[in-house]
Design a protein around this ligand. Structure first.
Ligand code: SAH
Length: 399
């Protein structure tokens, strides 16, 4: 196995279990590793530190194990997948007979598996590799999923074409790694807190559904009874379904994707709501808000895509959050609520709160923070890798 030897003093972050080795920390590579190979990482003094996936780039090694266990054998993947599943069972998300049968099974560094995302949709696992190592390991990961879930596993779908780094020799074509006999669908109905959703992993964005808003959708439900709801950036209508299930008088859902709006309408019908209670609009959210009469909505959800994908555009992103939130705060009816989110990892919760504060000040309205919102338990943050925290939100009460 290739040895990666770190520069003197550059072993400290690994000793604190941070799961990345930056290329600048490397003194010497003993061997000629191919991208995605498992390498051993050692200090300048020769101490073993960790095993990880090697890749050319700023993050040179993504750590798989700090303990020296055998990371090359099949038991490694079974062990890691089982540990991840145990966390979801502890959180009340996985297991039989619950009101939820979809969850994120593996959340990258949060589950000690940098570069790997697996979302579980009632027996269908949708895998996204973000590194060469995970992409090359997908066969072994699929075998582990078969062992861990047994007969209840319906399919494993690899959807890495949009996430794995484009490198020579990697054939980035999405497809099934496994299908149980008789399983032939690209879509299925899942349950989230007893609400039903179609999830289409081949056609949909990301793995097909935004599992990270489960708890925040439940909170929207808690506040929706008797309210006229506007769900901006609705995607497949998660918040809309919860709002109507909780007794909202009406819900308008807005997304710039026609496919998303079609899915919202199917999800509204799937849950048996009277179609007159809901309207879907394929439109730009900012344009839509501009034409909204003041006082029409008394609950507005603002859940845009990540405005900043890297630090270089942070200031522009903060300005965009401020503009969008000012528009929403200015339009909500007196005594109304705004649920506002950012899923940009580089915008931390303090910066986001400051952008929303500036937005509120711009409108001149009296605004209270009723709640601070986060990502849920199946998107857990490894305490040694705070970069894993990305979803944040505020629940505002606007007078
Ligand atoms: N709230 C959703 C997830 C939102 S993802 C849920 O709970 O599932 C962000 C969505 O914003 C995507 O569906 C994308 O199509 C949409 N979008 C991106 N830019 C937009 C814009 N300018 N106006 C309206 N929708 C937009």
């Amino acid at each position: 196995m290739t040895k990666i030897i770190l520069k003197r003093g550059r072993d400290e972050s690994l000793r604190r279990f941070h799961p990345w080795v930056f290329s600048g920390a490397i003194a010497q590579i003993v061997g000629e590793p191919a991208e995605g190979d498992i390498v051993g990482v050692f200090s300048q003094e020769g101490d073993f530190l960790a095993y990880g996936h090697y890749q050319v780039g700023s993050i040179a090694v993504r750590i798989l194990s700090f303990s020296g266990e055998d990371v090359l054998g099949p038991d490694y993947w079974v062990n890691m997948v089982s540990r991840a599943l145990n966390v979801r069972v502890s959180a009340g998300l996985a297991g039989d007979g619950g009101s939820t049968n979809c969850y994120r099974l593996v959340h990258g560094e949060g589950d000690g598996l940098p570069g790997l995302i697996i979302d579980y949709y009632d027996g269908v696992c949708v895998l996204q590799a973000h590194s060469v190592g995970m992409f090359r390991a997908k066969g072994a990961i699929c075998e582990a999923l078969k062992k861990v879930y047994g007969d209840s596993l319906k399919a494993v779908y690899d959807k890495s074409s949009g996430t794995a780094p484009f490198k020579a020799g990697l054939e980035l074509v999405d497809g099934y790694l496994y299908k149980a006999p008789g399983f032939s669908d690209d879509e299925q109905i899942v349950l989230e807190n007893s609400n039903k959703f179609y999830v289409n992993w081949t056609e949909g964005q990301k793995t097909g559904f935004f599992l990270d808003q489960r708890d925040n959708r439940a909170l929207v439900g808690k506040y929706s009874s008797g309210r006229n709801v506007l769900n901006l950036f609705c995607y497949t209508g998660g918040f809309s379904v919860y709002a109507l299930a909780a007794g909202a008088v009406h819900c308008d859902s807005v997304d710039s994707s026609k496919k998303a709006i079609d899915m919202v309408e199917r999800n509204i019908a799937l849950n048996g709501f009277d179609p007159s209670l809901h309207t879907g609009y394929c439109a730009d959210a900012i344009d839509f808000l501009r034409d909204v009469p003041e006082d029409k909505y008394d609950l507005i959800i603002v859940d845009p895509p990540a405005f900043a994908k890297h630090r270089g555009v942070l200031n522009n992103a903060l300005r965009a959050y401020q503009r969008l939130n000012a528009a929403a705060i200015s339009k909500v009816a007196p005594g109304g609520l705004v649920f506002t989110f950012s899923c940009s990892q580089v915008v931390d919760k303090e910066a986001f709160a400051l952008a929303v504060f500036s937005a509120a000040a711009q409108t001149g309205r009296s605004v209270r923070i009723l709640d601070r919102l986060n990502q849920p338990a199946d998107h857990g943050v490894n305490i040694y890798h705070p970069e894993g925290e990305y979803l944040k939100g505020l629940l505002l009460y606007v007078e």
